[in-house]
Design a protein around this ligand. Structure first.
Ligand code: ZN
Length: 237
């Protein structure tokens, strides 16, 4: 579905855009497509079993899957990064934080395939970023914000579209119907790091927050980050 001018949600099973065997589930994270006019950027890519559905959704909106140039991973969990190896085979440049790149290359428990009773097919990330890096991809400046905690490689991506500041936050922030945080069972989950990340995130202002699962936030999303920080401070100390 179209979210903003040039920006589409093309995958995600919590709101039924893709289906990975479970209805309203967490097996397939949200995939976003940004049509830059010079090619397409994807943010996350789903679990791997839904890539054809993602391509079909893109075609519906007039987006050619062959025009995907980059896929930016928010972290290494299978529901977000499971299709990375398929995109890489198709010639897409895979981007992630260095820590997530290690996990994706290893395909080990940090990718949490066990949670879904699946196998994570590893691949080498082509372009590895650190927090604070600003990438210029297809003439769009994109800032990488390292927010470890849900996993140690968790990274949000910030950019400007039609004068709106957008942040793609992955699982750093949960959706309203399932609590404040991303899943807390990752082998590299870390409460102290997560709380520190939320503290930094809550100081930032964005107009739109695109979440890892389910609903996105189009009105003052900072309140959602502040709620998560408040809960982290109450629950995790
Ligand atoms: Zn996750």
């Amino acid at each position: 579905m179209q979210l903003l001018k040039g920006l589409y949600q093309v995958g995600g099973d919590l709101n039924g855009i893709t289906w990975a065997g479970v209805d309203a589930g967490f097996d397939d994270a949200n995939t976003y497509a940004l049509d830059t006019g010079n090619g397409i950027l994807l943010f996350d890519c789903g679990c791997g079993d839904t890539l054809d559905q993602i391509y079909d959704n893109m075609r519906y909106w007039g987006l050619d899957p062959a025009a995907i140039r980059y896929c930016l991973l928010t972290h290494a969990h299978l529901d977000h990064a499971g299709a990375a190896y398929l995109l890489k085979k198709a010639g897409v440049t895979i981007v992630s934080h260095v820590n997530a790149a290690e996990a994706v290359a290893a395909g080990d428990e940090r990718c949490c395939a066990f949670l879904y009773h699946k196998v994570f097919t590893p691949c080498e990330v082509d372009l590895q970023v650190q927090g604070g890096d600003v990438l210029n991809l297809l003439e769009v400046p994109i800032e990488a914000l390292h927010f470890p905690g849900h996993t140690m490689g968790c990274t949000a991506y910030a950019f400007t579209l039609s004068d709106k500041r957008i942040v793609v936050c992955g699982d750093v922030i949960g959706t309203l119907n399932v609590g404040y945080f991303g899943w807390d069972g990752s082998i590299d989950f870390n409460k102290a790091a997560y709380t520190e990340s939320l503290t930094r995130f809550a100081r930032m202002n964005f107009d739109v927050m695109l979440s890892g699962h389910g609903m996105s936030y189009f009105y003052k999303p900072r309140r959602r980050v502040e709620e998560a920080l408040n809960q982290a401070l109450i629950q995790w100390r």
